[in-house]
Design a protein around this ligand. Structure first.
Ligand SMILES: Nc1ncnc2c1ncn2[C@@H]1O[C@H](COP(=O)(O)OP(=O)(O)O)[C@@H](O)[C@H]1O
Ligand SMILES: [Mg+2]
Length: 237
């Protein structure tokens, strides 16, 4: 994406965002609260107002491509909350995710999603609203797999999970990259641990890219370290 400027109506949130997401790698965006991380994912998916700049995907300009078209292209976005239908069962959520597929293909895709998330097999008839936070996140990710996702955007998938469960989710994200040819784009408050599993890291401050480079270099960068010691001191690193 080149020089992207976006926001909500007249309220500009992101300024001149230049960012590249390498295929087959995990790209993670960190930054303080309100720095525009969620707005960034929404802008990629087509849920904000884009004033200028360009988003390209496999050589195609998708800056103004509507979300449902992006979904068909294999781009998925899982918001931080409301990413499953709580009043439907796990099975129903998976079926709805693949509603455009024909019956056989749908079954095949659901089986595939359950291979990646066998944790869901025993709870297919439970209402999504009754699941634990970790199970719910796995269901959300599984619905993206039913849809043949190639780019998977995740907004704080480990928020409110115990460190142990957060690690399970991080491991799944690595598995999606390594075994299923999926390119995850991650926004995380759990910044240190997210960068540890990532290839590329960006740090946003006040709607701008304060740093971009390898995830490792960001972890070691003084901006990241001071952000951690200064702003995020109260949070778990
Ligand atoms: N739907 C919206 N309408 C107007 N302003 C919004 C909306 N969503 C977020 N914002 C504003 O955009 C800024 C960045 O928010 P956000 O992208 O959610 O940051 P982050 O995810 O980094 O915490 C904040 O000032 C927030 O108040
Ligand atoms: Mg956010």
């Amino acid at each position: 994406m080149e020089k992207l400027n976006s926001g909500y109506g007249k309220l500009q949130i992101l300024f001149d965002i230049d960012l590249e997401v390498p295929k087959g790698e995990i790209t993670t965006i960190v930054g303080p609260n309100g720095s525009g991380k969620s707005t960034f994912l929404k802008s990629l998916f087509g849920l904000t107002d884009i004033y200028s700049g360009r988003v390209t995907y496999e050589g195609r300009d998708i800056t103004y491509t509507p979300p449902h078209e992006k979904t068909k292209m294999g781009i998925s976005y899982l918001p931080q909350t409301n990413n499953v239908f709580t009043n439907l069962t796990v099975r129903e959520n998976l079926r709805i995710a693949g509603y455009i597929l024909n019956g056989d293909e749908l079954e095949e895709r659901i089986n595939f999603a359950l291979e990646v998330f066998p944790e869901l097999r025993g709870i297919l008839d439970r209402k999504a609203g009754s699941l634990s936070g970790g199970q719910r996140q796995m269901l959300a990710m599984a619905t993206a797999l039913v849809r043949k996702t190639r780019i998977l955007m995740l907004d704080e998938p480990t928020a409110q999970l115990s460190p142990k469960l957060a690690q399970v989710i991080f491991d799944k994200i690595v598995e999606l990259r390594d075994n299923y040819d999926i390119t995850p784009i991650l926004v995380e408050q759990n910044a240190k641990r997210a960068l540890e599993i990532s290839d590329v890291g960006y740090m946003f401050v006040s709607g701008r890219v304060a740093y971009g480079g390898s995830a490792k270099s960001l972890l070691n960068h003084e901006k990241f370290q001071s952000y951690f010691l200064g702003v995020v001191g109260i949070e778990e690193c």
